[in-house]
Design a protein around this ligand. Structure first.
Ligand code: ZN
Length: 305
């Protein structure tokens, strides 16, 4: 866990974009240490790049959208969750369109592709945001907080639907646990909402193949749910994805109640202004294992300003 990671080789795949309903091709290239995660709009002249950083978020309605250099890329959170969940620090993600493919609505297909491709360690230590005192943000009934401790995310949601009601889930932030307990949880929506989106030309690629759709009585997907608490697990998946936008892993206990992409973003912005609440931590030579020789800690490019 001490060394930065990237992909072992280039990964190519494609899938349908949720909003446009058209196929989108993606190529993920390995990147050097301290490059962070970057997107590239490979379909546009000059191939503009967008850094995966919370300061580049331009929209959080129904998905997380990043923008920089006059262009945007949306629905980044499930791929970022897979990269963050597996501990990939550096990669260049070239996308032939304005949005990432929705795949099956979860991070499991990305995990499968990344695992088949393989990861490799880079000879540079990973920097972390180490939480030193509790920080909380309230937004009406919603809240998000972090306290010092081992990395863990606990999420609570409540919807007046017979299959959801109140759900709570807590998971340590570790690759094995992310893969087993979180990655396969799909995004979910309510039938009324889906009908409204389609009537307004949105979610054109949306179907029962890439989302859990709930009607008044239950779940419309023929295969049912993957977990009885799939909805709250998916909220953890979204949080893992959004938190990669800090630019480095967070070491602390996160709790979220009634959260959303908008709340995750507001919380990251708030946390970074509380600069006595955290510090950048690079494990010392003694705390590290593995072969690469110790190198002086770099001024990390993705470090919050
Ligand atoms: Zn999601």
């Amino acid at each position: 866990m001490f060394w930065q990671k990237t992909l072992a080789r280039t990964l190519r795949f494609s899938g349908i974009g949720l909003h446009g309903g058209r196929p989108v091709a993606v190529t993920i290239h390995p990147a050097r240490a301290n490059q962070g995660l970057r997107f590239e709009r490979a379909d546009l002249p000059g191939r503009p790049q967008i850094k995966a950083h919370y300061s580049r978020v331009t929209d959080t309605t129904r998905a997380t959208t990043l923008g920089e250099n006059g262009c945007t890329i949306s629905t980044v959170e499930h791929l970022l969750a897979a990269l963050g969940g597996l501990g990939v620090d550096n990669a260049l993600i070239q996308v032939e369109g304005p949005e990432l493919p929705i795949m099956d609505g979860s991070a499991a297909p990305f995990i499968r592709l990344l695992t088949e491709t393989g990861l490799r360690s880079l000879p540079w230590p990973r920097a972390h945001v180490l939480i030193q005192r509790p920080v909380e943000l309230k937004d009406g009934d919603r809240w998000m907080r972090v306290a010092p401790g081992e990395s863990r995310i606990t999420y609570t949601i409540e919807f007046p639907h017979p299959l959801i009601r109140r759900q709570r889930y807590s998971a340590p932030v570790k690759p094995g646990i992310f893969v087993r307990e979180i990655a396969a949880a799909r995004t979910f929506g309510f039938l009324k909402e889906v009908e409204y989106l389609k009537a307004h030309g949105l979610a054109l690629g949306g179907s029962l193949d890439n989302a859990v759709v709930l009607d008044d009585a239950g779940v419309m997907n023929p295969g049912g749910l993957r977990f009885t608490d799939e909805c709250v697990r998916h909220k953890i998946l979204d949080a893992v994805g959004d938190l990669t936008l800090l630019g480095m892993p967070l070491v602390g206990r996160i709790e979220v109640g009634w959260g959303s992409h908008a709340l995750h973003l507001k919380f990251m912005e708030h946390l970074m202004t509380q600069d006595d609440a955290w510090r950048i931590w690079v494990p010392s030579a003694r705390e590290r294992t593995g072969r690469p020789r110790w190198a002086p800690a770099p001024l990390w490019e993705g470090a919050p300003a």
